[in-house]
Design a protein around this ligand. Structure first.
Ligand SMILES: [Fe+2]
Ligand SMILES: [Fe+2]
Length: 199
């Protein structure tokens, strides 16, 4: 009787990454009336876009239409979200959170993430934008770009977890009607200024 061969883990094929779900559609503008819910829903969208980026980096290739949508996200949607937080939500929270909330240090770290990720995202976005006119599809991604994408998506996933579990949770308790109204108005004005009605 033949003896079963011992498996050799070093020769085991790495599992093929599972493709993420479809990229979600824009959020309804009416949700801006509830700015904290809007930001939470954006974080949910961001996770889908991060999954799309991570999958492309893992395969080291990307379909052109996917690259175009991710480029739009990185170049247009993400900067608006960061401005919502840096220019409005974080300053409002610095004024209205209580010392025992321990939010000051958390907000400082998150702002540092924004600054670091801004430079990273600019480089990744440039890498995606230059392949939009490629004459083949899908388009291979350079190893360096894949590395940057994996670094960014890992950092951003941790960032989103802290914002959901700490920042938005405390904001929900500390911000009153007037602050929420001001935040909503600022977020609407920012999107109107950029002619974005549904994202
Ligand atoms: Fe953020
Ligand atoms: Fe955020």
């Amino acid at each position: 009787m033949a003896r079963p061969r011992a498996s050799n883990p070093s020769k085991a094929a790495s599992p093929k990454p599972r493709p993420p779900g479809p990229l979600p559609p824009p959020l309804p503008a009416a949700l801006l009336e509830r700015p904290l819910d809007y930001l939470m829903a954006e974080h949910h969208r961001h996770r889908s876009y991060l999954a799309g980026l991570r999958y492309a980096a893992t395969l080291a290739e990307i379909p052109r239409d996917q690259a175009a949508r991710l480029h739009l996200f990185l170049a247009s949607e993400l900067p608006l979200h960061w401005a919502d937080e840096e220019e409005d939500l974080f300053p409002i929270l610095r004024r209205h959170a209580l010392p025992e909330d321990g939010l000051a240090e958390v907000l400082t770290r998150l702002s540092q993430d924004h600054a670091m990720n801004e430079a990273l995202v600019r480089t990744i976005d440039h890498g995606l934008s230059v392949i939009l006119d490629a004459d083949h599809d899908p388009v291979p991604l350079e190893r360096r770009l894949c590395g940057l994408i994996l670094t960014y998506t890992a950092t951003e996933a941790r960032h989103l977890a802290v914002e959901n579990a700490v920042v938005l949770a405390i904001a929900g308790v500390r911000l009153r009607k007037a602050e929420l109204h001001g935040l909503s108005a600022a977020m609407k004005a920012r999107r109107e200024a950029f002619h974005v009605t549904d994202a």
